[in-house]
Design a protein around this ligand. Structure first.
Ligand SMILES: O=C1C[C@@](O)(C(=O)O)C[C@@H](O)[C@@H]1O
Length: 848
């Protein structure tokens, strides 16, 4: 096998691309990426890359202490590295640095994030130390584009910096086993992440996306092996934790789509990743196996993190097989594959025409990345070749296979079904992705069940460009998401379904507009309507008789009552004691029980009409409230053991708010409600819950270590409870408009409860009235360190999980956020174009 890199380089004339140092990390430390669950993480990279900020963000979440090698140097020598070098020379500095680093790696082998700030160049001894450490620990090379580093450091000329980077990047790469690209968030800052139409926005909000991207990355990097040999993350899923579909492996679900996007499409500055992936279940980045120059490697890394930052769906990293183009070599193919594993994609493909030991080496070094054995061949589907290759991929440890064959005639689509059936009949199997390529292969691609490739609609529009793409990559998909979805309904595989929101004031709900916009975007023929009613039981009874009933949102005042109507409920809904989503169950488990959200069956039967056997209930309000809190808490108010939260109200929404607070680790919870009895019932419910053994399955470990305490306030005149810190999270769930004969409470916060010196977040959960006395008060009276959020922020956040429960697909989040804003009017039917415009602009910078 040829391992050279003789393919023509795509090098441009920047100083970096002229560097000939291969970017391919070939050292043995790449072999395995499985670590002890407490293994320390090392961050390396040039000054200004953002290592210290990232370590601060991650320390609490990963439960690791920060160890800064530069500080250790200062403590040991009494001066900084630069001063030391001036005094004793470069080689002495290097010796001392390596000694201190060695000590740190030994002493803090577990439980730490070690920030290695060693300047631009890493001395040879330190490199060896890190290479050795990377055999058993994640060593992450933190990268950032030279312009941002230059701006941040405000020193050297940018061209000089680029030169230094060309030398230092291969060094850092060689002694690390992962890399993270710290994307510039200044564009987002420009647009300002402005919740609830605030006049000014604190800068920290712009770092929220970076924080989420890094957390997600760490949860993929920190892979450990459990006693059954299964690879899992050593830290709890950070995002999108608890979204119903996140409990299920993407490759296990039926009729999923992966959008195929070329690296060259992602590299461009103004690419809109979210627009490319609407309605898809995975994002496939297609990389041509060109020579892996420094510039090329940086493009790949940066692009993967661009995608990671803008979407929650998994990434498939696919290097086009060398057979696609005679100019590609096996050497550059493998270099690109190995490079891809450094950015921890959820999936990566390996060409099954490679030698078995090469495939095995890739599988062994995968970390948490699932390897898809990929094969494109024109062999007949009846040929035993395909079964042999399938078995080989399974034996070598691939998590799935993807077989494609060029189709010339429509008849080729029949043969593929017989091959699929042969695989489905096997006792032991891994998911199969299998379709014919090209125009004639479209039908087979539509009925492929797992991760069908689709291309963004925008690419289909320009046919000349599309033809060029097909010429370049014969495996290019010929389908768009709406086409792939449409065919499932046109062929009666799926049925158009009816969804509802049911409640006493549902007439005002924005849920229909929001969900209908999402269906349109994904090409689903479903319909979402509202039912305004005062009787839950009879209204629901009517829905259950409809064979195409797909599910209903439960609105006020039925959320608690609905619990008794569900035959099975999620563990979260049970813990909260309230439901806001009901879905029909048409197939029971073999033992007669109702499948739950951990169970693939519940999602396999979405979008299919028929008689209803049971109802499954869930609560997504708490997920929405949690997202709003997370989005707006400043680092100064990061949740600590002493953090306290105030919940106003004691109904179904208030319960979801208390649960969200417990989930993020708030242990002092104060409830204000005018009717003490109701507050007491709610507090008793949660006191019992948090002291029961089942709490272990519900809450992060730090909650169990010391139990939460609850306090009740029943009058605005009461002082804030002694020994409880002033609240930094305040959630109001009381009505903001008259309900029946009861006037709206016109609630504002008494000054004695607003004493947090670092401000916090106030969330008003309704959206019918936005300018409530509470919102006005916080905006006008409180300092800018208080962030306001309202029901327009919350509504889409709780609906993303609801959409997943209803349709079994990921929600097109931005479309839903936008539609809610566009459709909102006040009680007089008036819109507020200025408010809408500012908030629409802010969406771009928001977390996906
Ligand atoms: O509380 C709400 C708001 C809502 O009822 C609405 O459409 O307004 C939709 C529900 O899913 C959610 O729990």
């Amino acid at each position: 096998m040829r391992e050279d890199d003789s393919a023509p380089s795509s090098a441009r004339s920047s100083p970096r691309s002229r560097a000939v140092t291969p970017a391919l990390p070939t050292s043995p430390h790449e072999v395995r990426r499985i670590f002890d669950s407490r293994a320390s993480i090392v961050l390396v990279g040039i000054p200004g890359a953002g290592k210290s900020t990232l370590s601060l963000m991650a320390a609490a979440v990963c439960q690791r202490r920060i160890v800064d090698v530069e500080n250790l140097f200062q403590q040991a020598t009494g001066c900084s590295m630069i001063e030391y070098q001036k005094q004793f020379g470069g080689s002495n500095r290097n010796l001392r640095h390596a000694e201190i680093l060695q000590n740190a790696l030994q002493t803090f082998e577990k439980g730490a994030i070690i920030v290695c700030n060693s300047g631009y160049r890493l001395d040879a001894k330190s490199q060896v130390l890190l290479q050795e450490f990377a055999k058993t620990h994640p060593v992450i090379h933190v990268m950032r584009d030279s312009r941002s580093v230059h701006q941040y450091l405000d020193t050297a000329e940018e061209s000089k910096l680029q030169h230094v980077l060309a030398i230092s990047t291969p060094l850092f790469r060689r002694c690390s086993n992962y890399e993270f690209y710290n994307l510039d968030e200044t564009k987002a800052a420009h647009h300002s992440v402005m919740p609830a139409h605030q006049p000014s926005v604190p800068a920290f909000l712009t770092l929220k996306r970076a924080e989420r991207t890094f957390f997600k990355y760490l949860s993929l990097v920190l892979s450990t092996q459990n006693t059954h040999g299964k690879i899992q993350s050593a830290i709890p899923p950070i995002e999108p934790g608890h979204f119903p579909l996140s409990y299920l492996a993407t490759e296990q679900r039926s009729y999923t789509c992966a959008v195929q996007v070329l690296l060259s499409d992602v590299v461009i500055e103004e690419v809109d990743i979210e627009e490319l992936e609407f309605g898809c279940d995975a994002f496939e980045m297609v990389v041509e196996p060109e020579q892996l120059t420094l510039e090329r490697a940086e493009d790949i890394t940066k692009s993967v993190f661009k995608v990671r930052r803008s979407t929650v769906i998994p990434i498939i990293y696919h290097v086009m097989p060398c057979s696609a183009n005679p100019e590609y070599t096996r050497g550059s193919y493998l270099a690109s594959v190995r490079h891809g594993l450094r950015v921890a994609p959820e999936f990566a493909t390996i060409d099954l025409t490679m030698d078995e030991e090469v495939i095995l080496a890739v599988v062994l070094s995968r970390g948490s990345t699932k390897i898809i054995g990929h094969l494109h061949s024109d062999r007949d589907w009846y040929h035993p070749f395909w079964i042999e290759k399938y078995n080989m991929a399974m034996q070598l440890g691939c998590s799935a296979v993807r077989f494609t064959r060029p189709a010339k005639f429509m008849d080729d689509n029949a043969a593929i079904q017989s091959f699929r059936n042969a695989i489905y009949a096997k006792q032991r199997r891994i998911p199969l992705i299998c379709y014919n390529t090209g125009r004639a292969g479209r039908r087979s691609a539509c009925f492929n069940q797992v991760l069908t490739p689709v291309i963004p609609e925008a690419l289909m529009k320009d046919s000349a460009d599309f033809e060029e793409r097909v010429r370049h990559n014969p495996e290019t998909s010929w389908l768009t998401v709406p086409e792939a979805t449409h065919i499932l309904y046109a062929s009666f595989t799926y049925d158009p379904m009816k969804f509802y929101v049911l409640g006493a004031t549902a007439g005002y709900s924005l849920s229909p507009a929001m969900h209908n916009a999402a269906y349109r975007t994904c090409g689903m023929p479903h319909r979402f309507d509202r039912i305004q009613t005062t009787t839950l039981h009879s209204s629901l009874g009517g829905l259950l008789r409809k064979s195409n009933f797909g599910g209903t949102a439960i609105s006020q005042p039925f959320k608690i009552q609905a619990v008794s109507l569900a035959h099975s409920i999620s563990k979260h809904a049970r813990a909260i004691g309230a439901i806001n989503t009901l879905i029909p169950v048409r197939h029971l488990n073999d033992d007669g029980s109702v499948p739950d959200a951990d169970n693939v069956e519940l999602f396999q039967e979405r979008n299919q009409a028929g008689p209803i056997k049971a109802l499954y209930g869930d609560n997504t309000d708490w997920i929405g409230i949690r997202s709003c809190i997370r989005r707006s808490l400043s680092p100064a108010n990061a949740v600590r053991p002493t953090t306290s939260g105030l919940v106003i109200g004691a109904g179904g929404m208030a319960r979801a708010a208390v649960y969200a607070l417990l989930q993020i680790g708030v242990k002092d919870i104060v409830v204000f409600n005018r009717t003490r009895e109701n507050a007491k019932t709610m507090v008793e419910h949660f006191t019992q819950l948090t002291s029961s053994p089942s709490a272990a399955n519900l809450f992060p470990t730090f909650i169990q270590a010391s139990r939460p305490t609850f306090h009740i306030l029943e009058s605005r005149d009461e002082p804030w409870p002694e020994h409880v810190r002033a609240p930094t999270i305040i959630v109001s769930s009381i009505p903001t408009h008259p309900v029946g004969d009861n006037p709206s409470p016109q609630f504002t916060l008494p000054q004695q409860w607003m004493q947090s010196p670092t401000g916090g977040v106030v969330i008003e959960l309704t959206y019918r009235t936005l300018d409530t006395p509470l919102m006005k008060q916080v905006r006008e009276e409180a300092s800018t360190s208080w962030i306001c959020m309202d029901g327009l922020d919350l509504l889409p956040e709780q609906a993303f999980a609801q959409f997943e429960l209803f349709t079994g697909r990921r929600a097109p989040r931005r479309i839903m956020r936008e539609e809610v804003l566009r459709c909102w009017t006040d009680e007089q039917g008036q819109s507020n174009p200025d408010m809408v415009q500012t908030r629409l602009e802010a969406i771009e910078g928001q977390e996906p």
